[in-house]
Structures are given as C-alpha cells and as structure tokens.
Design a protein. Structure first.
Length: 302
C-alpha cells in the first residue's frame, strides 16, 4: 500500500525528535570542538536539512543543496567505512532493506564527491573486530552472532563515527552524515593557498592587537583565535535559544494535532539551520583571514 501525504507527515513528526536532540547537542558542543581542532577547524560545514521520510518504493532522492555544498568544498579525500554486518538468522528483510537504502545513499555521495569520497563497504561477520575498533555498536547479541550497522568517516588522522543506524533515524541520516564530513574536513589541514591580506583584515588585526611589536607571532595568533572563538560561542548561544524556541513550537503543534503547525515549524527549523551555516562560514573565513593577515604583518610582508 502506498503511503499517503498525511502518512508521510505523521512519520516525519514522529521521527523529528531524534534529529532535534542531536542538533542541540552539536550546537552546544561546537565551541569545544573548535577550540581543540586548531586554526583549520574554523571552517565549519554543516548540512542543515533532514528530509521527511519517503516511501520505500520511491525513486532515490537527490542529495540536498546543503550536502552538495559540503561535497563541493572537499579539499582532501574522505573515506566512509560502512559496516553492515548482519546475521541472516537474526536480521529480517526490513533490516536488510534499510541497509540497502543506506548503501544507495552512500553511492550518491560517492558519485557527487568529485573523486574525493571513497566508500569502503564491510559486510562480513568476520570483520567484527574492525567494527568494534571503529566504535560501531553491536546489537542482536542475544539472538545469534553480534551484528553491526554503522558508519565511520575518516580524513587523515581525523575520524568520526555514527555508531548505530536504525530505520527510525533514517530521515536524519543524510543531514548527520554531511555534518560529520564537514567537521572532519574542518579539523583536517587543507592545502589552500594564503591570499594577500585585505585592508579590512589588517585593520581588524591592528584593532585587536594594538601593540604588535610587543606580541609574538604565536601569541598574536592565539589572541585572534580566542577572539574568533568568542564570536563562535556567541553565535552558538544564539542558535541554541532559537532551537529551543523551534522545539517548543513543534511540540505544541504536535500536542494540538496540527499538521500545518508541525510543517511550519519544520520549515522554520530548516531555515534557521541554513542561516546558522552561513554565519559559521562567515566567522570561519573572517578568523582565518585575520590569522593570515597577522602572519603577514609579522613577516614584514605588509
């Protein structure tokens, strides 16, 4: 039986709580991640939209614009290790079909990654040790051989794991995977040339570090880093407040059994995530440009 539009909305409503929760955790953890990742970690790329569930029989959906933006900014190769170690004795058709849909999604990433996305598919139960080493969570151990279904994203010495996949979480998978790729890329040094410092960046550096001769290159870079992180923190706090407001609106619409209210709240959620992405990119670019301007000032090139 083909799901109706109302069925799809209801499914999206039931499943939105998990992506909301994970999104709030990601926002609150953004500053800690940035501070520990070094200067290159300022380039935050996040894929905001978690699309509603689609009928299983529908044609594969195209990747979202946000995901395409992440893939277009890949400076280094990214490997996605897909662990689908499923015991036929304990995993039914629904589980295997879900695994197949994940595989199809990864193929679209590979096709659109301009040669920078490599998918490693691990499906043999004998690879359980590799799955555990990558942080994939075991399940069905009480029914037979331990099963594993999860993803690990790796670039250089950076790694991030989505330890457990489930069909209930499927609508948020593309969004979370793209954010993971963006964070991995942000934390990995990118081979990009350093452009000449713009006057606005030089002026910002002189304002933040008025006594340039008395400050070492490393200390000045740290001062600029801290100033940029303070801006990131303020933006994250603002975003956290907006997410709480959205969550309250959505839950109220859900309590009122209002499909229209839930749909409007979901659209607003997508909008504020997109705005947050733009703001973070701007802060990342400004911070990196100011560091480059400072380095050029200290080297006597300006």
């Amino acid at each position: 039986m083909t799901p109706t539009t109302s069925d799809n909305k209801a499914a999206a409503a039931r499943q939105v709580a998990a992506p909301i929760s994970r999104f709030r955790v990601l926002v609150s953890g953004l500053v800690l991640f940035a501070a520990g990742a070094g200067l290159s970690a300022w380039y935050f790329m996040r894929a905001p939209t978690a699309p509603p569930a689609a009928p299983v029989s529908a044609a594969p959906a195209a990747l979202s614009d946000a995901t395409m933006a992440v893939l277009q900014h890949l400076g280094s190769p990214v490997e996605i290790r897909f662990y689908s170690l499923l015991d036929p004795a304990s995993v039914g058709d629904a589980g295997r079909e879900f695994s197949g849909r994940v595989d199809e999604l990864l193929s679209r990433y590979e096709q659109q990654g301009n040669g920078k996305i490599k998918i490693a598919r691990i499906s043999s139960l004998s690879e359980a040790n590799a799955a555990m080493a990558d942080g994939i969570t075991a399940f069905n151990m009480d029914k037979g051989d331990a099963c594993y279904l999860g993803l690990t994203v790796a670039c250089g010495n950076q790694k991030e794991t989505i330890s457990s996949l489930s069909a209930d979480w499927e609508p948020a998978l593309e969004s979370d995977l793209s954010r993971a790729i963006g964070r991995i890329i942000a934390a990995s040094p990118q081979p990009t040339p350093v452009p000449a410092a713009k006057p606005a960046n030089l002026e910002a550096v002189r304002r933040l570090i008025p006594n340039q001769d008395a400050v070492s290159a490393d200390d000045g870079a740290k001062l600029l880093h801290d100033a940029s992180m303070a801006e990131v923190q303020r933006e994250s706090e603002t975003m956290e407040a907006r997410v709480k407001e959205f969550e309250a609106r959505f839950l109220q619409a859900q309590a009122d059994h209002s499909d229209e209210g839930q749909e409007a709240a979901l659209k607003e959620y997508q909008k504020i995530q997109a705005e947050h992405l733009v703001k973070l990119r701007q802060l990342a670019a400004n911070g990196q440009a100011q560091i480059s301007a400072w380095q050029q000032l200290k080297s006597g090139n300006q």
